[in-house]
Each structure stands twice: as structure tokens, then as C-alpha cells.
Design a protein around this ligand. Structure first.
Ligand code: ROI
Length: 159
């Protein structure tokens, strides 16, 4: 089993509900346990003109290989996205593999650590709830990434 961190994001009208549904689906993946979930955080989209996002990070312990997990996550995204496509538009749920054990992965479909995570407060702060003091597989310290990435603009939801 390897410890994997997944970034979740939704900017549906009820994005927190999207995230809760996605977490249920993650808990049911084969060879996989859902071992932790961060608080939910709301922030403006990095792209102007989009609704605000709700984001969270989940910890999984999985026996799936990285590309098998990626396929499974895309299945969850498609399942939830396809259902709501006509009502809400195409980007209902994003599930990103942020970290996969101690692995460095550089494949066409999958780069780990996730390309943009180092600069995104809505990834780093929830990750820090689950893994304070983490050192990434590429040697970067989560504490240093946090120090360079202001919390400003994030709203942590209660509960
Ligand atoms: N902005 C926020 N706050 N959260 C996201 O998950 C997110 N995802 C995206 C873009 C459009 C870049 N902006 C985002 O894909």
C-alpha cells in the first residue's frame, strides 16, 4: 500500500456536495482505503469569470498502480461530471493525484508531484492539515512551499 494525496475541486452551485459525493466514491475504489480528508476551502477561481471553487485534499492508501488509480479517478470525474453536464457545464469535479508515495512520475498522462501544487494555496493548506511537515519526493519541504504561498483568499469552511 502506498500513501497518495488527491486534490479535489468543484465549482458547481453546490460544490461541497460534489466533493462529498467524490469522497464516497474514493472510499469505494478497489484496493484502496480513504485514510483522511482535510477541511473544505473556498476560493476565487484562478481564471476570471468562473464561479468560486471548493477544494479539499484526501489521503488514500492504495495498492493500485499510479495509472490504474488515474483511470479510476477519471471514472469518478466522468461519472459525476456526465450526470450534471447539461445543467452545470463541463467542469463539475477535478480529481488530481498530487503525491504518490515517494515516487517521481513523469509520463504523458501523469506527472507527480502535481505540476502546479507548489503554488496553489487551495492545495497546500489542506494538504498541510493531513501531512504537516511533509517532504515531497523531489525534496521540497511543504513548510517552505507554504511560507511562499499566502493563505490570503482562502476561506476554510467549518465542520
Ligand atoms: N481555482 C481554484 N480556486 N480552485 C481550483 O480547483 C481551480 N481549478 C482550476 C482553475 C480554473 C485553474 N482554477 C481554480 O482548474
Amino acid at each position: 500500500m502506498e500513501r497518495v494525496y488527491i486534490g479535489l475541486g468543484s465549482n458547481l452551485a453546490e460544490p461541497a456536495e460534489q466533493l462529498r459525493e467524490a469522497l464516497k466514491a474514493l472510499a469505494q475504489l478497489p484496493q484502496t482505503a480513504l485514510s483522511g480528508v482535510s477541511s473544505f476551502y473556498v476560493s476565487d477561481s484562478l481564471l476570471p469569470g468562473q464561479p468560486r471553487y471548493t477544494n479539499a485534499v484526501a489521503a488514500l492508501d492504495t495498492g493500485l498502480a499510479p495509472l490504474a488509480l488515474l483511470d479510476a479517478l477519471q471514472g469518478v470525474e466522468n461519472g459525476q461530471g456526465r450526470e450534471r453536464l447539461e445543467r452545470w457545464g463541463p467542469r463539475t469535479l477535478d480529481l488530481d493525484i498530487l503525491l504518490f508515495g515517494d515516487r517521481l512520475i513523469d509520463e504523458p498522462r501523469l506527472k507527480v508531484p502535481h505540476y502546479h501544487m507548489h503554488a496553489r494555496a487551495f492545495v497546500l493548506y489542506p494538504l498541510a492539515e493531513l501531512a504537516p511537515g511533509l517532504i515531497l519526493a523531489d525534496g521540497r519541504a511543504l513548510d517552505n512551499l507554504l511560507a511562499a504561498c499566502p493563505f490570503e483568499g482562502l476561506e476554510r469552511l467549518p465542520g
